[in-house]
Design a protein around this ligand. Structure first.
Ligand SMILES: O=C(O)C(=O)C[C@H](O)[C@H](O)COP(=O)(O)O
Length: 211
């Protein structure tokens, strides 16, 4: 069965590391997008934690159309609208609320909602979400929790995010129910502020080699 997020799964098969980006200034978005692509990445998540988030999504898509760019920290209906207007290919949230669910409507098909328990995973699956984000992964059980989910919930697939490091990304990716891992370590706020594009590319390539 095909799903609207199959393009994301296909990109994750090539490069299953998703940098979670906190970008203060949209002026750096083009350089950042190219650095990620140069490093071999296919997907990025721009958090809406800064006022420039939507402009960053738009500028990254313009600079690197081959990069799949999602909006992270999607909390409200206006976040959904503005992310899609900016050109976001997918949406990510730390959790779910009744109002956000309502605002999403059919667009839930491109949303990866955060879950921390089996009950939340079951609820999201019933609501029509195909892919889930384990969040914050390192706090809510990490690799052990995902191994625990695999037997009773074999139809669910996860992107653990939150506290994932370069050292343990490979342990997550070795699990059959994990399609990608997310993390800020590849392009940290400090890397971006320092315009260390080469360093970001190097970290991306190294993480992919270890994955
Ligand atoms: O803002 C959001 O909705 C998020 O996606 C939160 C991120 O999952 C974490 O910020 C990941 O950050 P690290 O733990 O530093 O790798």
């Amino acid at each position: 069965m095909t799903s609207p997020l199959d393009f994301l799964l296909e990109a994750a098969r090539r490069a299953p590391i998703v940098p979670v980006l906190i970008v203060e200034q949209s002026e750096v978005a083009a350089d950042l997008a190219r650095a990620l692509v140069d490093g071999g990445l296919t997907i990025a998540e721009v958090t809406l934690r800064t006022p420039s988030g939507f402009a960053v999504i738009e500028a990254m898509k313009a600079a690197a159309p081959e990069l799949i760019v999602g909006a992270g920290t999607v909390l409200t209906g206006s976040d959904v609208e503005n992310s899609i207007s900016a050109g976001a290919d997918f949406l990510v949230s730390p959790g779910m609320s009744p109002r956000l669910l309502d605002a999403l409507g059919e667009r839930r098909k491109i949303m990866i909602p955060g879950i921390a328990t089996a009950t939340e995973a079951m609820c999201r699956y019933e609501e029509g979400f195909g892919l889930l984000k384990l969040f914050p992964a390192s706090v809510v059980g990490g690799v052990g929790a995902l191994k625990g989910f695999a037997s009773p919930l074999p139809h669910m697939r996860f992107m653990p995010t939150g506290g994932v490091t370069e050292a343990d990304a490979g342990n997550y990716l070795a699990l059959p129910n994990v399609f990608a891992v997310g993390g800020s370590w590849i392009a940290s706020s400090a890397d971006i502020a320092a315009a260390d594009w080469r360093g970001i590319s190097t970290k991306a390539t190294r993480a992919l080699a270890r994955a």
